[in-house]
Design a protein around this ligand. Structure first.
Ligand code: DUC
Ligand code: ZN
Ligand code: ZN
Length: 457
């Protein structure tokens, strides 16, 4: 046996129980309760510690090119390295089609770039920015890409599709049985809202939030849910930020539609007050931070199992890339870091403060993402034969979030100053220990591209 983890509390999406777990050749070999003589190359005593399946963050952007020339600070190497410290063992990034060019080629290029660098397992969603290459979808499915993305906004970056093309794309997704994920904001409302504020000289970071009021998100989510209803597709709503967005998801589920949704730690822990003050410009991301009533609403939808998963939308930029506080809000690149802190922050909020169960946390951050995106039960589970992607988590370890204790490529953090109790101390990927007691001890490029399955009908 390669590794024996003794006397820990195993947590999967349905239960927590004390047991020993044996790992061999990268897989979960066996699980047993009580004591037994096992010969293993390495033994970890996990008494008083928790063992989770590794976190799956299905929405991250490493090396994202924004506003033409600026590229987000984390490479696939640095981002996946930081992710491992946060207990994340699989990420799904994006291959965004350059409009007019082959998405298949774009995917192959991005994969080639990532393959050499990744410390943890990964996959890619393909974002489609026109409808001229829909015949490439079967090719991408063969490569293991089973989810695609659209934008209803970002026309200024040539990313959005109009309603006619959206419906065309939805019909194609239905034919191919893929999942379609949407960034949902009303493009004209964003563009004109922004213009009218800028014209009046209202360019401080807080106006980023005012330029994208709730209706921007609500209208777009409502529209695409209608398109999903008409075409019967599996639709996933990315980064829901508003109570109204959560309500639309709840209604769609009540109607029996195949609609799922996610939110992010920053929408639960920060509100638009974070745009004030000298560091406000750093917190610009889209959709923007909202109000306390939205935070409460989203938490209620998490408790009620309406929101299916928590992801980070990790997309970090240096202070300089964000203009060092000297740019009007509309010229600041969008995105914040999150991947290394999401598990401890969500553990502290959902379990320590709101009393959700450990299984719910595992479901939101590992099992559900694996199920939605075609990785289950190889990932996101503690079943015998599953990949041994595991975290050992110390629920008593106290940490003060600050850039100094994190491993990102930047020197600021939106959650700086938040105290949490609970931190991942060991991260294991396919049986290899990557992180142990604050040190990266594994190979730095052990990550592999994961071919994903089509899910459901
Ligand atoms: N918003 C996005 O839509 N993508 C990356 C980062 C962000 O803030
Ligand atoms: Zn988005
Ligand atoms: Zn995103």
């Amino acid at each position: 046996m390669d590794l024996l983890i003794k006397e820990g509390t195993l947590v999967d999406s349905t239960r927590s129980y004390q047991a020993n777990i044996c790992i061999d050749q990268g897989k979960i070999h066996s699980i047993f309760e009580g004591s037994k003589q096992i010969q293993a190359d390495k033994v970890i005593n996990a008494k008083d510690l928790l063992i989770f399946p590794g976190v799956i963050d299905s929405h991250v952007h490493f090396q994202l090119q924004d506003l033409g020339k600026i590229i987000s600070s984390d490479t696939f190497a640095s981002g996946t390295h930081a992710a491992a410290f946060g207990g994340v063992t699989t990420v799904i990034d994006f291959a965004d089609q350059t409009r007019g060019e082959s998405p298949y080629k774009g995917f192959l290029d991005r994969k080639k770039n990532a393959d050499k660098q990744v410390a943890i397992d990964y996959s890619l969603h393909v974002s489609l920015t026109d409808t001229d290459f829909l015949d490439e979808i079967p090719l991408l499915i063969k490569e293991g890409v089973t989810s695609f993305k659209f934008f209803t906004s970002y026309s200024w970056r040539n990313l959005s599709l109009d309603d006619f093309d959206l419906i065309k794309l939805f019909q194609e997704m239905q034919k191919n049985r893929c999942l379609l994920m949407g960034h949902c904001e009303n493009d004209i409302l964003v563009l004109k809202g922004r213009q009218s504020l800028v014209k009046r000289g209202k360019t401080d970071p807080i106006y980023h939030a005012y330029s994208r009021p709730h209706i921007v998100e609500e209208e777009a989510i409502q529209r695409v849910i209608l398109f999903a209803k008409k075409t019967g597709i599996k639709l996933h709503i990315a980064h829901i930020t508003t109570k109204e967005g959560g309500e639309l998801l709840a209604n769609a589920k009540l109607q029996g539609l195949k609609v799922t949704g996610e939110t992010c730690p920053h929408y639960l822990l920060l509100n638009e007050g974070a745009y004030n003050g000298p560091k406000g410009y750093l917190n610009i991301m889209s959709p923007p931070l909202r109000h306390t009533k939205d935070q409460q609403g989203l938490l209620d939808y998490i408790k009620d199992k309406i929101i299916d998963q928590i992801v980070t939308d990790h997309c970090e930029f240096s202070r300089e890339s964000k203009g060092s506080g000297n740019l009007p809000f509309e010229k600041i690149v969008n995105g914040i870091p999150g991947i290394e802190t999401s598990l401890p922050l969500m553990h502290d909020l959902l379990i320590n403060k709101l009393n959700l169960s450990y299984s719910q946390l595992v479901n939101l951050m590992s099992t559900q993402p694996a199920k939605l995106f075609g990785l289950y039960p190889k990932k996101g589970s503690l079943e015998i034969g599953a990949d041994a992607d595991l975290i050992i988590f110390d629920p008593t370890l106290k940490r003060l979030i600050s850039p100094e204790i994190l491993h990102y490529n930047i020197d600021w953090n939106p959650f700086e100053g938040i105290k949490v109790v609970g931190w991942p101390i060991v991260t294991i990927l396919r049986g290899k220990i990557l992180v142990e007691n604050g040190e990266f001890i594994g190979p730095s490029n052990y990550g592999q591209f994961q071919k994903r399955n089509l899910v459901g009908k």
